[in-house]
Design a protein around this ligand. Structure first.
Ligand code: AKG
Ligand code: FE2
Length: 222
């Protein structure tokens, strides 16, 4: 082996080592639930849990989802006109193959943490991709299914740029709460939150980049 080959070999070896160490540090990895989860009781039997920075390596999960998910642009009829839904989405029902195995692991960790209180596992995975500050989700509760009539839970994992998630009582009887979530933060809405409160991600002139949210829900909640 000549000197040049030796130097080349060492530097390639170092690059590979650095590459693998970097990937390891950057890999999406959930932290503890438990005492790191802070609960706030809201009016009307609703509550929210917040676990800041639940997922480390959130940036790499963001990138993987951005490219692995076949994102859909939906249209809705509103006031007799067809309008574009202002975000990209994808929904995975309980028997559908998830785009990344780590999503099943995160769902199962949430199921384990909330098992006693929820009485059933989280089963479905919804994804929203907010391309920039013009993308948003309007005020709503997740009430298409059982959330309309029953207490339930919806867990949100937020990746990417910070955007406020707003919550207000559905009867407008109290102030709006604001949570600036980003980069692996977890927020779980529980109790009567879907029917007695509403939530929204408003449009923003200051959004610093794209955002993806992952929604974990039990069967029949949407
Ligand atoms: O993106 C979010 O943080 C919320 C998404 C949401 O509320 C929904 O998909 O029902
Ligand atoms: Fe929602």
């Amino acid at each position: 082996m000549c000197l040049l080959e030796l130097v080349f070999g060492i530097s390639v070896g170092r690059m590979m080592l650095q590459g693998s160490l970097f990937d390891l540090a950057d890999e999406p990895r959930p932290g503890e639930l438990g005492p790191a989860v802070r609960r706030a009781e809201l009016a009307h039997g609703a509550w929210i849990d917040v676990r800041p920075g639940w997922l480390s390596g959130a940036a790499s999960l963001f990138e993987e989802l951005e490219s692995a998910v076949p994102w859909q642009a939906e249209e809705r009829v509103m006031y007799e006109r067809v309008v574009a839904v202002p975000r990209l989405t994808r929904y995975y029902g309980e028997n559908e193959r998830l785009p990344l195995p780590v999503l099943a692991d995160l769902r199962d960790r949430l199921s384990a943490h909330y098992a006693a209180e929820l009485g059933e596992p989280f089963r479905t995975v919804g994804l929203c991709y907010y391309r920039d500050g013009r993308d948003s989700v309007a005020w709503h509760g997740d009430r298409i299914g059982r959330g309309k009539t029953e207490d339930t839970m919806v867990a949100l994992l937020v990746l990417g740029a910070p955007r406020p998630l707003l919550l207000r009582p559905a009867d407008h009887s109290g102030p709006t709460l604001r949570h600036d979530l980003a980069h692996g933060d977890l927020l779980v809405m529980g109790g009567s939150c879907q029917r007695t409160w509403e939530h929204a991600v408003p449009k923003s002139a200051h959004a610093s980049g794209p955002r993806i949210s992952v929604q974990f829900r039990p069967r029949g909640v949407r």
